[in-house]
Design a protein around this ligand. Structure first.
Ligand code: C2E
Ligand code: CA
Ligand code: CA
Ligand code: CA
Length: 279
């Protein structure tokens, strides 16, 4: 005899099974994604709001799986993270993006910054510093053009260890951004312990900046904190001119988002670069 409780349970458990099944299938496909050339990197411009100059790009991983089609990073990055696949994949992203930036410079374009997302697992690896160092040596990219994005949550797991690591990264000459700022739980007190260069305002605040006074207040506060700590501040997820105008009047430095451009392949990004001679 079926009770409704049992039905609920069966429904719930089959949904769980399907999710787990997809996760397992994705993980096994992801294991071969590098060898099968299914991964690529898109680049999204970071624009100086006041001068309109393109100052850098963020490298964003894309996966086009032969079996599963396009899979969003929000779905596969956590799987890569849990399975440890993020280590080889993350190293591939680092190397490919640094190589691309060096290639642009060698082609005569005005140098820009390359921002690369580090995952929590990568950040905790003992060999992070040598990996970054070797990548820079191998690709011949000047470290001042490499920017690493870490999240608040990652940095807060072990604060003392993070401070040491971040200082070592700074010694290599790379710059550091704190990503998704405002969504985590770091206090301003810790913020000043980290040797950061850039604060990235999370896109959830930018999304609500027009409709929600609280989000506007948070954005203003983050900009003002950035200024007082001498950090560059960038807004992510800027989609409209209205959002941009507020950010401009609040003296936010940089912006990134669909308003300017979605993440695009290297050959398309190239069209937005300036030749050194054009200066
Ligand atoms: P994130 O680092 O916060 O990256 C910003 C996300 O916002 C990207 O999503 C980007 O495509 C999206 N975005 C950019 N402009 C707009 C906009 O105007 N509106 C909206 N709604 N979204 C915008 P994406 O590419 O799907 O990446 C999602 C997340 O996956 C990233 O969030 C990052 O945490 C992770 N990720 C992506 N590539 C890598 C990677 O190479 N390594 C690691 N560890 N994580 C990565
Ligand atoms: Ca990021
Ligand atoms: Ca972000
Ligand atoms: Ca995010």
């Amino acid at each position: 005899v079926k009770t409704s409780g049992k039905n609920n349970y069966q429904y719930y458990s089959s949904e769980m099974n399907q999710k787990n099944k997809r996760k397992m299938l994705l993980e096994s496909a992801l294991r071969n994604a590098l060898n099968h050339n299914e991964l690529s990197i898109y680049y999204q411009p970071k624009i100086n709001i006041h001068t309109k100059e393109l100052t850098g790009v963020e490298a964003l991983l894309r996966w086009n799986s032969t079996e599963h089609g396009t899979v969003s990073p929000t779905e596969f990055i956590p799987i890569a993270e849990e399975s440890g696949l993020i280590i080889p994949i993350g190293e591939w992203v680092l190397k490919t993006a640094c190589k691309q930036n060096k290639l642009w410079q060698d082609s005569g374009y005005v140098p820009i910054n390359m921002s690369i997302n580090l995952s929590a697992r990568q950040f905790q690896q003992n060999n992070l510093i040598p990996v970054i160092k070797e990548t820079l040596e191998e690709t011949q990219l000047d470290s001042k053009y490499l920017n690493l994005e870490i999240t608040e949550t990652m940095a807060m797991i072990n604060i003392n260890q993070s401070v040491t690591k971040l200082k070592q990264l700074k010694e290599l000459g790379v710059s550091l951004s704190l990503d998704d700022f405002g969504t985590g739980y770091s206090s301003l007190n810790y913020l000043k312990k980290f040797p950061l260069d850039v604060l990235k305002i999370d896109k959830s605040f930018i999304h609500d900046i027009i409709s929600d006074e609280q989000s506007t207040a948070i954005v203003k506060a983050i900009i003002s904190v950035s200024k007082s700590l001498n950090l560059t501040v960038i807004a992510e997820g800027v989609e409209t001119i209205e959002q941009l105008e507020i950010l401009k009047s609040e003296k936010c430095d940089l912006a990134q988002g669909y308003y300017y451009s979605p993440p695009i392949p290297a050959y398309e990004l190239e069209k937005m670069l300036t030749f050194t001679e054009e200066l």
